[in-house]
Each structure stands twice: as structure tokens, then as C-alpha cells.
Design a protein around this ligand. Structure first.
Ligand code: DGY
Length: 322
């Protein structure tokens, strides 16, 4: 029997892929910056035994049905809202994601985004680029403090915990809201569990880190923004669809909240003309939560390790189930 065949939906570095060529017959979409087109993806799904997908690929009923001999889909992200896990399970297609390897890196970015929004870092950098710095002045680019403030983390998963640990270092009061209480985190970090409303009402920084599900979609809506302090800064580093973007725009415009740091958007990529991009007090990033070279390499390797293990009939390292 020949090697199992797989298709990777983005061009990954040769140094990552080559070592796996002994065990797998690997084809890759040739572009690094451009997603595979749907027609090619469907055709490849019908041809191969396994897929390595990105969060930009819809692994839906149509794709899974096209995959006659598709045994595994390894999704290169911790979030798997782009995958129809129920249909995959029913069809017996294994799904894996990339937890753990990106936790600290994504927490670093989430905290950087919070600090960038609070201390106007991007604006200050641009100020120099625009050659606008003529004098020191008492309130030039004055932001708001991070230390000793209250952070409210919505979604206390691994990344939420890692953000809470960073917040503890800044001597912040830590509130969290989650599907279930995490008493170990409360003991270790001193985080306090609250209702969603209590968190919104008390946090200086409201940080969205929950996964996208039917329950969390648009949980940050007009009503939620209304409950926040008018000095609050909203940070979203999980998925854009957790927030109602129009409601966020309005809350910022009406000064119901003071600012936002956004790494994710309802529809990505956003363009420079997107209203949030030019709003004062808003920092927008192009979904780079886990984007360090070290971590992205680990994510790629975790996908490929899962694929190899699947065909060797070994337990998967990070299987996803409903
Ligand atoms: C994830 O892994 O879900 C991130 O959003 C992409 O790095």
C-alpha cells in the first residue's frame, strides 16, 4: 500500500513539511498569502486521505461529503468554528486542532493589544512617523493606566488563564466569566468569578477570549456595550463574530465606551476603509494572535503529527469532539 495522501491548504515552509514526506504523500496549495479556492479544495478533498486546513477554509457538510476517503482534517488553529464537527463525527472523519502550543503567544498578543489601546502606542508611533512631535507637553498622547485596574476576562480557557497570569503581574483585579467556575484559577491567580453583567459593569478592560459557538455569537451586543463603563476598553482576541461590530462602532461613536483593541473581525480581512480602523482609541490588528514564527511552526508540526498518528492508528494528540 502506498503512502497516505494529504493536501495542505496553504504553502508551508519546506523545512517543516519535508521531514513528513517519508510517511506522507504531500501536496500543497502553492500560495502562502492566498487561500485555496473552493473548487480546488473540494476536488482535493475528494482525492486525498487527509487535509491540513486553515481557519479561512470552510470544512462544512459539502466539503466533508466530497471527501470520499477523507480520514482526517487537521485544522491549524485552536478555534474550530470553521469546521462542522457534528457532520465530521457522523461521517467518521477525525478532526484535530492546535491547542496548548499557542497559549502563551496568544496571551502575549492579547495583553499587548490591551496595553497598546490603553497607552495609545500605535497612535504615538504614527505621531513620530507623521513628524508631528514638536514639543513635549503635559498631556501629549496621555492614555490610561493598566496597572491596578480591573480586567474582566470572558472565556477562561487556557489563553484566558495565561492572560490572567499576566494581569496578576500588573497587580490588576481579575474578574472572569466562563461556562463553568475554575476554582484552581481562582486559588492560583486570585481571579473572581462573576456573572457576565457584573463583569461588564465593573471591568476597566473587557477581554473577549471565548470560543465562537451558537451561544457566544454576538454576546458583545448593544446591550453589553451599554453596561460597560464609559471609560472601558474592549479587547477582542478570539473571534470577530463574538461582537456585533455595528453595535461596537455605535458604542465607540456615542462614547459609551472609551476604546477597543481588536485582533479579529466579523469578516476578515477588513479593509483600511472599515469604520473601526480610523476611530480614535481603536487599535486594529490583522488576526495575529498566535503569529510568532516559533508558535506557527509548532502549530504546523502539531497538525502534521496528528495526521501521521492517524494513519499509524495511534491516539491523536489534539482531537476535537462536539
Ligand atoms: C486560533 O488558533 O484559533 C487563532 O485564532 C489563529 O491563530
Amino acid at each position: 500500500m502506498g503512502k497516505p495522501s494529504i493536501f495542505i491548504t496553504r504553502r508551508l515552509p519546506a523545512e517543516v513539511v519535508e521531514p513528513y514526506q517519508e510517511q506522507l504523500d504531500i501536496e500543497m496549495w502553492p500560495e502562502e498569502d492566498e487561500a485555496v479556492d473552493r473548487e480546488t479544495l473540494l476536488a482535493e478533498a475528494g482525492r486525498v486521505d487527509g487535509l491540513v486546513t486553515m481557519l479561512t477554509d470552510q470544512v462544512d457538510e459539502e466539503l466533508l461529503a466530497a471527501g470520499n476517503s477523507l480520514g482526517i482534517v487537521a485544522n491549524m488553529a485552536v478555534g474550530y468554528d470553521n469546521v462542522d464537527v457534528k457532520t465530521a463525527e457522523n461521517r467518521g472523519t477525525a478532526i484535530t486542532n492546535t491547542p496548548d502550543v499557542l497559549t502563551e503567544t496568544t496571551a502575549d498578543l492579547t495583553f499587548s493589544l490591551l496595553m497598546a489601546a490603553a497607552r495609545r502606542i500605535v497612535e504615538a508611533g504614527n505621531y513620530i512617523k507623521e513628524d508631528a512631535w514638536n514639543h513635549w507637553s503635559p498631556l501629549l498622547l496621555a492614555g490610561t493606566d493598566v496597572h491596578h485596574k480591573t480586567i474582566g476576562i470572558v472565556g477562561m480557557g487556557r489563553i484566558g488563564e495565561a492572560v490572567a497570569r499576566r494581569a496578576k503581574g500588573f497587580q490588576m483585579d481579575i474578574l472572569y466569566h466562563n461556562r463553568s467556575r475554575k476554582e484552581d484559577v481562582e486559588d492560583e491567580i486570585g481571579a473572581r468569578y462573576t456573572s457576565f453583567d457584573e463583569l461588564l459593569e465593573n471591568a476597566d478592560y473587557v477581554v473577549s477570549l471565548a470560543p465562537l459557538t451558537d451561544e457566544t455569537r454576538h454576546m458583545f451586543n448593544a446591550e453589553a456595550f451599554q453596561k460597560m463603563k464609559d471609560t472601558a476598553i474592549f479587547i477582542n482576541a478570539s473571534r470577530g463574530a463574538l461582537m456585533d461590530e455595528k453595535a461596537l462602532e455605535k458604542a465607540l461613536r456615542d462614547e459609551q465606551i472609551a476604546g477597543a483593541g481588536l485582533d479579529v473581525f466579523e469578516e476578515e480581512p477588513i479593509r483600511a476603509g472599515h469604520p473601526l480602523v480610523s476611530m480614535p482609541g481603536v487599535v486594529c490588528l490583522p488576526h495575529i494572535g498566535s503569529a510568532t514564527k516559533e508558535t506557527r511552526y509548532k502549530m504546523m508540526r502539531l497538525c502534521l503529527d496528528n495526521v501521521v498518528r492517524y494513519f499509524e492508528e495511534k491516539p491523536l494528540l489534539s482531537p476535537v469532539s462536539r
